[in-house]
Every structure is written in structure tokens, then in C-alpha cells.
Write a protein that binds this ligand. Structure first.
Ligand code: ZN
Ligand code: ZN
Length: 390
């Protein structure tokens, strides 16, 4: 069986049995089986079913880290692919099954080239990317020190079922993905009869005013070239038309692309909500929940990754990422501590138009596994070439 066919087989086996969150026992088992026999130092996680594998190069040198996430989503798969999920309500709808197979492929390619490697490679197989902070937990359990010395560089990538033409790799220096935080606002008043608002303290108009004021705050308070997205995605108050409720509650996702804006908006949104509530004689509780930080590529590492795509896969396989994307990633925790680059890869299957194909997280999302060997080659070349530079 060819290298590509082996990776396709592994990816489809992972796809058939998706697991969610931090505990992925079947996935971990498949990864360990696929790495079996390779000259790796393997450890597994304590609080999560991670796999960390260290390949010691034949020559001395620093360490680099390659990362793949392995978790699926609580989505009921609605595709017709023959390797469709066997589990109701669970699907590899974000393509992490491809990332896992690519990193296994890189482990094989690097093992073959072990004698030439001028340093060590840390392979980070991570559960819990979809909101469970798996990368942060792996850092707490020592993945960044797995080879001894701290890695000099770290690389990861993400497949997209839509938007990007198939087989095209993109990246850029600086921010590539947003920080994603959550604002929860509770406006408290005093309920009463809908016919007599003067005898109550109505929280609904004030809460509505806060929602619209959030948008004005964004456009007036932040540099248009350092964007901020605030979306109120849930708003709940009351039970019927003629009863004024005691409180109104809404939640917003807050996306920022710099730590400066992230810190500032945290304070700004809370001040605004409290101030409007106070103006109406209401009390306002705000909770600002911190999600994943901004994913920031090192300029030199992004440039190196772009060059590596062009040299290893071909000039036409690279395109500069024009803008950051508004999604978020917990690889950001790695890049806060190690300079590196995160790339995005087009994996829209042939016969679908990337402009209209169902997106990642959709129950109808499909990813083309023809790109697996290229992904594995790229990861291994990033490690080999980065180590050669010392
Ligand atoms: Zn996802
Ligand atoms: Zn993902």
C-alpha cells in the first residue's frame, strides 16, 4: 500500500469513530498503533488522552514542535461518504481526523530521515481543541519541555472544506485567528404588570439599549485596521406580553485580533453596560469569560513556512493569507510561548465549489483526503529545514 493510501486508511478509520472533548480513547489507541515501531519516545496525557512523541535526531541541535488536534464535534453527520461516522451525534466536521493522519505521516517521514535530523522533533497529538483548552492542558503537562529544551519553533495547520481552493496552503505573519471571549450581561430590575410600567423597573428596554450601544462602542472605540467583532447571539427576558420581568440576560461573542484591543474591550463593554443600566436605575452584572487568545504567527516563521510550501510542494501551492480569519484556535497557547506559524489548507473535495461548499462544523462538510501526503510532507519538511538552520 502506498504512503498516501495508508494515510487515507487511517484518516477514514478516525472519521468512522469520532470522539469529542478531552477523552478520546479510541483515537488515542489508533494513533499509538500507527506510531508503533517508529523510533519515538512516547508519553500519554494524564488529564486528557493526548499523545506526545519525541523523535531524537541523529545529530545534535534544537527541538521543533509539530501539532495536530484530534477531537470531533457534537454534530450528526449528513454526508454520503462510505466512511461516515458510526456514532450518532458525533462527527469529524472540522477535519481534525486529517490533521491527525498528516502528523502520523510526518512521524513516518521524519523517522526515515532520522540520521539527517539536526535536533529533535516533538509531535503533539492534542484532544479538546473545540473549546476544551486541550493545548493549554498539554502545556501544563509539559509538552513544551518533552524534548528537554524548549522548541525553537512550532507549526500547525488547519484544513478547510470551503473558501480555499483545494491543495492551496496559506499563511501570513502576525495575527491569523481571533481571540474569542464571551460577555454575559444580566440586567436586573423589578417585575410588574405590563399596563403599569411606572410601578415596575423594566429591564428589557435598557437591555436592548445596551445591545445596540455595544455596536456603536465598537465602531467608535477601535482602530478599523485592528478589527473587533461583537455579536449578541442570545437574548432572553420575560414570559408573556403583559408581564414585566425581573431581569433580562444576553450573551455575546467578542472577537479581537490584538491583546491591546482584547484588554481594552473587556473593560469598555462592561463599563458601557453598567453605565446604561445605572442611567435607568437598574443593576447590571457582567461576566467576561476569557476564551482562546489571538493566534499570532511569528513574521520570520510565517515567511519560512511560505518558502517551505513553495520549495517542497511547488510555487503554485502557496498563496499569502490576505487577512486573519475570525475563528479561534488553542494552538494560540503554544504560539504565545514558542515562535511559529499556523497555516490553513484548502481541502474542498473535487466536484464541489469552494465558494459554496458546506463549511467546517457543518453536518454536510466534506474534506478531500487526497491532500494527506502533501500535508505530511510539508510538516516533515518544516521540521527538517528548521532544524537545519539551528
Ligand atoms: Zn472547529
Ligand atoms: Zn478545527
Amino acid at each position: 500500500m502506498s504512503f498516501q493510501d495508508e494515510l487515507v486508511e487511517l484518516r477514514r478509520a478516525l472519521h468512522r469513530e469520532p470522539e469529542i472533548g478531552l477523552d478520546l480513547p479510541r483515537t488515542q489507541e489508533k494513533v499509538l498503533a500507527a506510531l508503533d515501531g517508529l523510533p519515538l519516545e512516547i508519553t500519554t496525557g494524564e488529564r486528557l488522552s493526548s499523545v506526545t512523541a519525541v523523535l531524537r535526531g541523529g545529530r545534535p541541535g534544537p527541538a521543533v514542535l509539530l501539532r495536530a488536534d484530534m477531537d470531533a464535534l457534537p454534530v450528526h453527520e449528513k454526508t454520503d461518504v462510505p466512511y461516515r461516522s458510526r456514532f450518532d451525534g458525533r462527527m469529524h466536521a472540522c477535519g481534525h481526523d486529517l490533521h491527525t493522519a498528516m502528523l502520523v505521516g510526518a512521524a513516518r517521514l521524519l523517522s526515515e530521515r532520522r540520521a539527517d535530523l539536526a535536533g529533535d522533533v516533538v509531535l503533539m497529538f492534542q484532544p479538546g481543541e473545540e473549546g476544551q483548552e486541550g493545548a493549554r492542558l498539554m502545556i501544563e503537562e509539559g509538552v513544551l519541555d518533552a524534548a528537554g529544551a524548549r522548541p525553537v519553533a512550532a507549526y500547525g495547520m488547519h484544513v478547510f472544506s470551503t473558501t480555499i481552493p483545494r491543495g492551496l496552503f496559506l499563511t501570513k505573519g502576525g495575527p491569523v485567528l481571533a481571540a474569542a471571549d464571551t460577555l454575559t450581561v444580566t440586567v436586573r430590575g423589578r417585575g410588574g404588570h405590563g399596563s403599569s410600567p411606572h410601578r415596575a423597573l423594566d429591564p428589557i428596554p435598557a437591555a436592548c439599549e445596551i445591545v445596540t450601544a455595544l455596536q456603536t462602542h465598537v465602531t467608535r472605540g477601535y482602530d478599523v485596521f485592528d478589527p473587533v467583532v461583537v455579536t449578541v447571539g442570545s437574548f432572553h427576558a420575560g414570559t408573556t406580553d403583559n408581564v414585566i420581568p425581573d431581569e433580562a440576560v444576553f450573551e455575546a461573542t467578542v472577537r479581537t485580533f490584538s491583546t491591546g484591543s482584547r484588554d481594552r474591550i473587556r473593560e469598555g463593554l462592561v463599563r458601557l453596560a453598567r453605565g446604561i443600566g445605572e442611567a435607568h436605575g437598574l443593576t447590571v452584572d457582567c461576566e467576561f469569560g476569557l476564551g482562546y487568545p489571538v493566534t499570532v504567527n511569528d513574521d520570520a516563521e510565517a515567511e519560512f513556512a511560505a518558502r517551505t510550501v513553495r520549495e517542497a510542494l511547488g510555487e503554485d501551492r502557496y498563496f499569502p493569507l490576505p487577512t486573519p480569519a475570525t475563528g479561534s484556535e488553542d494552538f494560540s497557547y503554544v504560539l504565545e510561548q514558542v515562535p511559529g506559524a499556523f497555516l490553513v489548507v484548502g481541502a474542498c473535495p473535487p466536484g464541489r465549489d469552494p465558494a459554496t461548499a458546506p463549511a467546517n462544523h457543518s453536518a454536510a462538510a466534506e474534506f478531500d483526503d487526497a491532500i494527506l501526503s502533501d500535508g505530511a510532507t510539508l510538516l516533515s519538511e518544516l521540521a527538517i529545514r528548521r532544524l537545519a538552520r539551528g
